[in-house]
Ligand binder design. Structure first.
Ligand code: C5P
Length: 222
């Protein structure tokens, strides 16, 4: 029997990737981080001084990009043309430019094609913005994970501090809100809850509570 697919969408910093990773481990599914794919192209564009608003050149760049998501000893590595860029794609420069890259229709079409291919055999937990609405509209389980912008900024701030990185809570809140706005207002496949998605507000839930909730939803559907 083929395994189900699980789609997790929601705004920036709601805990999607942490939850999706843990859930995938628990189910022995493959975790697919679609945000990392848009981030990889953004990193590559910045490296090559390509304007993130130039759809044509970005599309050329994407054609010569080999973006790989590799599960290596429990952690997910992102590679661009064989180079490990897992750390680079988390920089604030990439974070603050990625939503412009992700606005373009040609770019989205190609990314969606890659993502659908990764999920064609099932057994995938995929997180992003348009997974339930556009990438995997037939996913057996769809979750829309949210949290207040204050809580999301606070979590990211604490994550930075715990890694010894400099962090500015007010600025983080502004950047998160800005990214959500661009992602929600874009023309092609904007961030939106799928009609049949279950909305989970994680503001006052722990990561494990969220994982267990989705796990039981998946068990019910199986
Ligand atoms: O999930 P993450 O925050 O890493 O995503 C980075 C950006 O990539 C999002 O803010 C959004 O602009 C874009 N993205 C998207 N569609 C997806 C996943 C990410 O447009 N499925």
């Amino acid at each position: 029997k083929t395994e189900m697919n699980i789609a997790i969408d929601g705004p920036a910093g709601a805990g999607k990737s942490t939850v999706a990773k843990l859930l995938a481990e628990k189910l022995s599914f493959v975790y697919v981080d679609t945000g990392a794919m848009y981030r990889a192209l953004t990193w590559y564009a910045l490296e090559n001084n390509v304007d993130v608003n130039n759809e044509g050149i970005l599309n050329e760049l994407l054609k010569e990009s080999d973006i790989e998501l590799v599960n290596e000893s429990g952690s997910l590595k992102i590679k661009m043309n064989q180079k490990d860029i897992s750390e680079d794609i988390r920089s604030s420069e990439v974070t603050n430019n990625v939503s412009y890259v992700a606005k373009h229709e040609k770019i989205r079409k190609e990314m969606v094609r890659k993502q659908q291919k990764l999920a064609q055999k099932g057994g995938v937990v995929m997180d992003g913005r348009d997974i339930g609405t556009a990438v995997l509209p037939a996913a057996e389980v769809k979750v829309f994970l949210t949290a207040s912008v204050e809580e999301r900024a606070k979590r990211r701030h604490e994550e930075h501090l715990s890694k010894g990185l400099p962090s500015d809570l007010a600025l983080l809140k502004e950047e998160i809100a800005k990214r959500d706005q661009i992602d929600s207002e874009r023309e092609f496949a904007p961030l939106k809850k799928a009609e049949d998605a279950i909305e989970l507000d994680s503001t006052s839930m722990t990561i494990h509570e969220v994982v267990d909730r989705i796990y039981s939803i998946a068990a019910e559907r199986d």
